[in-house]
Design a protein around this ligand. Sequence first.
Ligand code: CP
Length: 323
Amino acid sequence: MKVFQHVTDIGDLRTALAEAAEVKRDRYQWQHLGRNKTALLIFFNNSLRTRLSTQKAAMNLGMNVIVLDVNQGAWKLETERGVIMDGDKSEHLLEAIPVMGSYCDIIGVRSFARFESRQDDYEEKILNQFIKYSGRPVFFMESATVHPLQAFADLITIEEHKQTTRPKVVMTWAPHPRALPQAVPNSFAEWMLAADVDFVITHPEGYELDSQFVKGARVEYDQMKAFEGADFIYAKNWSCPGVTRPEDYGKVLHDYHTMMDWCVSARQMAVTNDAAFLHCLPVRRNMIVTDDVIESPRSLVIPEAANREISAQVVLKRMLEAL
Ligand code: CP
């Protein structure tokens, strides 16, 4: 595997899930693969889970790990070609990327949507430069449009906890005071549509996700109706993807105080099939989900986060095997 971005990069999902289960049984059995190999993890944005779980996964495989927080101690990077660099940015990404590539064998990059241009974000301008100029396999640790390590961990969690062969999985929009990217819901939709689940998306009108990720998905604008009989509830906020009105890209369309009915509470969970609750974390309590739901025995947010180590290890293992 040279790039890990989309669900198609992992190949057959049954095989990937079986490999994840094998990793979980004994995560230290491939230490020989990573001997004298270095993973470089580059963060343009904050992280708790991705940073720790990916480092742990690389160490499980016997790799050396370097973590770079671009905004803490590195030169400020220019990302646009053609700019006269007379401002505060001392180095261009076009030099920095091959330099970083020269110090490692595999690169992971986190670079969120900037919300300056829908086109730049959806073309994955930053990550594609790493793919083009680093000379190394690149895995996405949440980009402008996707978060595949999260979606793979979500799928592993659903597989481990499902009680029917084809569970009903509902992804619901929930309120948030700030504009958040669409990477998590895009990837979750992409992976659920490829998996053997009955997938439904519910959100207020105006938050339609890009068709490249949700083509074929059932959208139900009535949240209560969507929740009926659900086996898994996956909550997430996202800002306007700008599908119908490009000028609204990255905006919060309504004052969140008027949208608090969408916060996942016992009221909605009561119409589900005793659904398990999932969220990628970090989560704002009593905005996205109430205290009682996230603290209930049906909340899987901690095992879901723990599975980030497993999804990262499967991806790194495959990249090491292909070096
Ligand atoms: N879910 C997730 O990616 O968490 P972090 O932002 O803390 O890495």
